[in-house]
Design a protein around this ligand. Structure first.
Ligand code: ATP
Ligand code: MG
Length: 493
């Protein structure tokens, strides 16, 4: 009987252990750290300076060429891209993050900007403005692609669109703008240019292309077999090595351009020559989207000879405004650059971007001084000519000075009890270690004067302007007493 009881209790112990084990696992699972969604990533503070640099250059280009910023919503109606980009494109067929919202609308996280820019042009009646209407945009896009290096599910583009003009000078200028943006960032690139003509030249060309590929259909990859019937131009765009080999002998679109398209393209190329831009005529770039016609182009980094990671691209899309319900015959041209790949290239090439500069650190010791320093900070903050930092959450002067040192500030303002009483402040030149006591009301003026001299590269002459200051490399005895351990701290920095 006892034995039986013991067995029962052993069994129930095991069951209890199993149960506890399961519960622990469940809790662990529930507590598992939550990470970013597949293909999406954080851009951390230490990487921001590269992104900011790219944004700055993009904004400058938009100013230089007169393109005005537009921000469109991240969510759009799915129909915009089905009609605009094309139902048979990779983007619409497989890459859109789409869903039906609570109200039953079919929405999509925007996969590209051009269709949205054209929607805005039509929606706000911009055809009544001076043409072309020139947009600049910058923001995130979403495509459900296979994540890999240089390919994310949330990525960023900046771009320019000029709607309402067909002059080839515009195509050339847009090509130049994209190239300039890379060049201004220190990235060497080669422009790949092609013309895919208008609808009618393309129809003619598609027929010969399909004929060529049909004879070799067995050698094509699975996607290309489908492209053969659905979107034959994209056969030329395939990155599979088997398909790449076949394309070498494929007929070339440039031989099928009609006279108008040929003339337009020759003019574009003529401008590129005149501007002395590094370009190659590449009959195999076709771009993935349905709306393109005539000039199309991509930017490949100089060492990306196969264009596996294009940094940007664009082209003319004369039919899109009409396709989206706008006025017939509204020509347009644009380009988009990928920030993710541009930033990656800058890092790969060790392109330096300077760290954020802080000129002045405000340090304090003691409660009264902290209060005064906080107020002073607010007065100094909008000074317009120098940047300031602080660590009011810290009480130790030593720790504050260490931080100031780490930030490589030029000057530190130090305020303690004595300074509060006297209406003065101690100004320390971090490079020379020289400090002087200055009148509290003259801080901004004094800092500006000194920083200006620094920027001019001049050595600051501390003996000039004798009555205004009590300069010394030593902290006066009484200051050391009043500021507690300030003397030791300063000596240690
Ligand atoms: P790819 O041929 O490389 O797929 P794409 O033709 O689809 O590019 P566009 O739609 O023309 O690209 O976008 C212009 C630029 O945006 C690309 O040259 C690239 O720099 C960037 N880009 C496109 N898709 C992604 C992505 N999934 N992740 C990161 N950047 C991207
Ligand atoms: Mg793509």
């Amino acid at each position: 009987m006892l034995k039986k009881k013991a067995i029962i209790s052993q069994k129930s112990n095991k069951t209890a252990e199993r149960k506890t084990g399961k519960a622990v696992k469940k809790i662990r699972r529930a507590k598992k750290n939550i990470a970013t969604v597949t293909g999406m990533r954080d851009i951390l503070p230490q990487d921001q300076k590269y992104w900011e640099k790219v944004r700055q250059v993009a904004k400058q280009i938009s100013i230089d060429y007169g393109y005005d910023r537009i921000d469109t919503p991240v969510l759009e109606l799915t129909e915009l891209f089905v009609r605009g980009v094309g139902a048979q494109t990779d983007i619409v067929e497989k890459e859109m993050f789409s869903f039906t919202d609570q109200g039953g609308d079919n929405l999509v996280l925007r996969p590209e900007f051009t269709a949205a820019a054209v929607r805005a042009y039509i929606q706000h009646g911009m055809l009544n403005q001076i043409q072309p209407v020139k947009f600049f945009y910058l923001g995130p896009l979403f495509r459900h692609e296979k994540p890999q290096s240089g390919r994310y599910r949330q990525f960023f583009q900046f771009g320019f669109e000029a709607i309402g003009e067909e002059n080839p000078a515009l195509d050339a200028q847009l090509i130049l703008m994209g190239w300039n943006s890379l060049n201004d960032l220190g990235i060497e690139s080669v422009i790949q240019v092609n013309s895919i003509g208008c609808m009618s030249c393309r129809e003619e060309y598609k027929k010969v292309l399909v004929k060529y590929y049909k004879a070799k259909a067995k050698l094509l990859c699975e996607s290309c077999k489908t492209r053969l019937t659905k979107n034959p131009l994209r056969l030329l765009d395939c990155k599979e090595s088997g398909c790449q080999e076949l394309k070498d002998d494929a007929p070339q679109i440039l031989d099928y351009l009609d006279d108008n398209c040929k003339e337009h393209f020759m003019k574009v190329v003529g401008y590129l020559d005149e501007l002395d831009l590094p370009y190659v005529l590449n009959p195999y770039i076709v771009r993935g989207l349905d709306y393109y016609n005539r000039t199309i182009f991509e930017y490949w980094a100089i060492d990306d000879v196969e264009g596996k990671n294009a940094l940007g691209g664009g082209g003319r899309y004369d039919g899109l405004v009409t396709m989206l319900g706008g006025r017939e015959d509204t020509p347009a041209c644009g380009l988009a650059m990928g920030l993710d790949r541009i930033v990656a290239k800058m890092r790969e090439k060790n392109i330096e971007v300077p760290d954020k500069r802080v000129d002045v650190f405000v340090a304090q010791l003691g409660d009264a001084a902290k209060k005064k320093a906080m107020l002073m900070y607010e007065n100094l903050r909008p000074n317009g000519s120098f940047t300031i930092a602080q660590a009011f959450h810290k009480d130790s002067l030593k720790k504050q000075l260490e931080l100031a040192n780490k930030m490589k500030v030029k000057f530190t303002l130090i305020i303690g009890q004595k300074e509060v009483g006297e209406g003065t402040i101690m100004l320390r030149d971090m490079q020379g270690g020289v400090q002087e006591v200055i009148d509290f009301n003259k801080i901004e003026k004094e800092l500006k004067k000194r920083l200006e001299k620094y920027r001019e590269g001049a050595v600051i002459d501390l003996t000039a302007d004798e009555e205004e200051k009590e300069s010394s490399t030593e902290i006066p005895e009484e200051d050391v007493a009043d500021l507690g351990d300030l003397g030791d701290d300063l000596a240690a920095v």
